[in-house]
Design a protein around this ligand. Sequence first.
Ligand code: C2E
Ligand code: CA
Ligand code: CA
Ligand code: CA
Length: 280
Amino acid sequence: IKAEGRNGYRFFDVTMQQEAQKRWQLEEGLYKAVERNQLEIWIQPQVSNEYVITGAEVLLRWRHPEKGMISPMDFISVAEESGQISAIEEWVLEESLSLLSRWQATNLPSTFRHLSINISPSHFMQADFIQRMLPILERYPVPGINIEFEITENLLINNFKQAIETMQVLQEKGISFSIDDFGTGYSSLRYLNQLPINVLKIDRSFVSGIANLDDDAPIIDVILLMAKKLNLEVIAEGVETQIQHQFLAQRECSLYQGYYFSKPMHHRDFFNLLMQDNGV
Ligand code: C2E
Ligand code: CA
Ligand code: CA
Ligand code: CA
């Protein structure tokens, strides 16, 4: 038993070492990725019950020369730990504004309201977040109303006051906020009322529970009712089937994001889709 234990430990140790090496390689690669333009903006439509595109989420992709496309699931946490996330998300904001200003030179459908950008908690809570983001916003002729920031509930645990202040400054510029992955993190009913939030994004895990035995229907009911009372919009994330869409539509959900409507696509393809008929 003792020998087995030792072997087990050694095995664990080796994989830990491999993991550490993999992360280090990702971290090194990520520095080059920014310099060498390997990061790409992909976009997933957000649609109404009438299949009109009312907004869209910006999702990062890393086109690695040897490894192919790398998912943000694999590199965002690395970027957060290494401190690269701020520079990366400043780039994302810059690119998004640049896209919006080019798009607005065409006849963008008036039903399209904004691009939603994910902001990492570690970035959002940095002391110079505002000082660094505002000049980027001011560099482009894009109204703040065309930008939404997605933040998570966990952001609010540590420094509620600072979070509110940051949000208020940006709100004055027209920027709106949504709570991402709603229902999965630290939830306090109080913050919903105190923060300048406009949208709750129901996490995919609740949506995929629809029509299963472990039905998440009551939770979705409660979120929709609460949002209505608090005058918040709701987006259901990760809608994959017609059954899920129907279920949500019957409960007066009005906005959706998911493979059933459209997968994320390169920003060029998104623009073409938007200009075609503004529907998916
Ligand atoms: P998220 O913010 O929850 O984004 C939604 C994710 O769900 C995306 O994964 C999207 O492709 C996926 N998705 C959308 N509809 C469906 C569906 O119907 N079924 C399934 N199974 N998945 C669906 P993606 O693009 O791989 O991004 C993963 C996560 O990476 C994002 O989750 C977000 O947390 C993070 N991420 C991406 N870009 C950024 C960024 O610029 N900054 C930060 N901080 N995080 C980012
Ligand atoms: Ca998001
Ligand atoms: Ca989400
Ligand atoms: Ca999620």
